[in-house]
Each structure stands twice: as C-alpha cells, then as structure tokens.
Design a protein around this ligand. Structure first.
Ligand code: FES
Ligand SMILES: [Fe+2]
Length: 341
C-alpha cells in the first residue's frame, strides 16, 4: 500500500487499520459546495483532519489539515488571494499545494520543493464536496442526475451531526418498518405497520428496491384531518453511504431525497440531506425544510441510541425479519468489500 496513504491515518483513529483502509478507497462527502467560500474550512473524515479552501481560480482544494512546518491546524488560518495562510508562522500554500512564501526567511531564499501540502483527491459534484483519501478506489461518485433537472426545485438542510455510525444511518434511511412507530409526528401517524414483500436488486455498488408505503397525504400534512394515501417509494443506494429515494405521491407530485453520509469517526457522522420536488414550487422552501428536519430528528432520537454503534456484520448477532432484506444485503456486501469486526 502507498505509504503516504497509510500515514494519513491518525494515531488516535477510531477505525481499525483494515477497516480504515477499506473505507479510505471510497469517495466521501465533506461539505456543501456553498459552505466553501473564501475562508478555509476544517472537516474530519475517517478521523483524518482535512482542510478545504478555494484557490485563485475558485477551484476547491483539499489537503491534510496539518502544516508540514510544525503541525498546526491549517483550517485555523486564512486565505489570501486563493492561497492558504498558516495561522502559526504564516507560510503560504497555493492550490497546487506548493509553498509560495516563508515569512521568516530572508527575501530571495529559495523555497524547497519538498515543502508542500499533503493534497487529497477532491471532486465537486451534486452540490457537495467529496474527497477520497486513497485514490486507488474503483467506486465512482453517485450520479444523482435528478439534481441537475431545472424543472425541479432543489434545496438542502444544514449538515446534521449524528452521534452514530454511517452504517446505522444508511440502514435507517433504507428501513421502512420504522415509519409507523418513529414518524408519528410527521408523515406516518396511524399508518399500516405491515411492510409489503419487496424485491431487492443488487448491482456492483448498489442496492435497489421499490415498494408502496402508506403515509399521511402531502396535501393534508399540516392539517388536523390527516388523510393517508399510498405512495410509491423507489430506493437506490450506492456504496459506501450514498442514499437516494424517489417518492411518487401521485401522477403529478413527486420528490427525490438524497442523503450522503460522512463517516467522521466510527461513532460520529455528518449527514447531508438534499431534496428535489416538482410540486409546491411557489411555496416557501423553509416550510419543507422544517418538515424534513423534523423527520430527521425523529430518526436520530432513536438511532443515536442503537447499539452496537456500528451495524454488526455477523448476521447472527441481531435477529432479522422479512422487512430487513435490505439491511441483510448491506451487511453481506460490506463483508465482501473487506470490512471486519
Ligand atoms: S506551523 Fe505552519 S508555518 Fe509554522
Ligand atoms: Fe426514518
């Protein structure tokens, strides 16, 4: 393995070396594109500190958030003209990673080529900034083409920080048996508890299923006289932690929900939720965001208390029933990707 990748893993990493190496080969979201403006932004991924900034051309740059001079946290610094300025001794770094200024040196002293940021592979896609710690990975970014459709209204929540693993969040996103019990304050008050049998379709990096779900009708969502209706749910999950669902309420109204999860550490995650809808286009987005935030809070209240924090990969450790087809396949696939516990 590339030694430079191995050394990115921090000494206090909460992932074992094997699992860290498996997860480092995937793209992970770290920020909304619109969060990254003219100041450096510090994020953590797989217990690695990452600094993000925009260079002189506005391109997003990611690097290890450790100054190669004396180890300061670069994200505490500033940017000047698209260059990252270290908060400790003021050394400057261009978007290429090269050091362009050592303030303590006499003018004219050559800057060593080796004085360089540890750059991390980065991509801006689907309104998010994604990074990959180990570029030898094969799995592409999720396409999420629907976000580019101008006829739809697109909006997102602020990033949510959850005190649980990325695997538990994905399991929850793709679980429908909890609706009638967890989402009683939003879309599933008094709905049928039974989950219809569904077919799970596997692909190289994805899981897909479609089923009808009874829920409170969107038209009456805020009214006292709730009316339930059957909606068509299509789920498309892509490994490692990119969740997507399409809810067709009726022939005219439908919504896509995208949930990208960052494994910050083994027991902390960041959840990036975005939405696209083709109805209520004249309504304020704030109302919809309030609703979606409430749905997420209903989930987090439960899943932050679920133990063990990571989804067990040994299928005998928890008891699965018919509705758990997705989460059984999820666990099996992670074992195939090489995760161990
Ligand atoms: S630690 Fe960054 S310039 Fe010294
Ligand atoms: Fe939920």
């Amino acid at each position: 393995m590339d030694q430079s990748i191995v050394s990115l893993r921090s000494r206090d990493c909460t992932f074992g070396e094997n699992n860290w190496s498996v997860l480092a080969k995937f793209w992970h979201p770290v920020a909304w594109s619109d969060e990254l403006t003219d100041a450096p932004l510090g994020r953590k991924l797989l217990d690695v500190a990452v600094v993000l900034f925009r260079d002189a051309e506005g391109r997003a740059v990611a690097a290890h958030d450790v100054c190669p001079h004396r180890g300061s946290l670069l994200s505490q610094g500033t940017t000047v003209g698209g260059e990252l300025v270290c908060p400790y001794h003021g050394m400057r770094y261009a978007g290429s990673g090269r050091c362009t200024m050592i303030p303590s040196n006499r003018a004219g002293v050559k800057i060593p080529d080796r004085l360089h940021l540890r750059l991390i592979e980065i991509a801006e896609h689907a309104n998010l900034i994604w990074v990959r710690l180990d570029s030898s990975g094969q799995v592409p970014l999720p396409e999420w083409r629907e976000l580019g459709n101008g006829d739809w209204q697109t909006y997102h929540l602020e990033p949510l920080v959850a005190k649980t693993s990325a695997t538990r969040i994905c399991e929850n996103f793709n679980d429908v048996a909890h609706f009638a019990f967890v989402h009683t304050g939003t879309f599933a008050n008094g709905v049928r508890e039974e989950v219809e049998a569904y077919e799970l379709v596997r692909s190289d990096y994805g899981l897909h299923q479609q089923l009808m779900i009874e829920q409170v009708d969107r038209v009456t969502l805020d009214s006292a006289a709730d009316r339930t209706t059957s909606a068509d749910y299509t789920y498309d999950f892509q490994f490692p932690f990119a969740n997507k669902m399409h809810i067709k309420f009726d022939a005219k109204r439908s919504q896509h929900i995208f949930g990208a999860v960052t494994p910050v550490s083994s027991n902390e995650s960041r959840l990036f939720m975005q939405f696209a809808r083709n109805y209520d286009l004249d309504q304020p987005i704030a109302d919809s965001l309030d609703f979606e935030r409430a749905v997420s809070m209903e989930d987090l209240r439960i899943i932050e208390k679920v133990t063990p924090v990571d989804v067990p990969l040994d299928l005998t450790e928890e008891f699965s029933v018919a509705a758990d087809k997705w989460s059984v396949a999820f666990r099996r696939q992670w074992r195939q990707f090489g995760l161990v516990q």
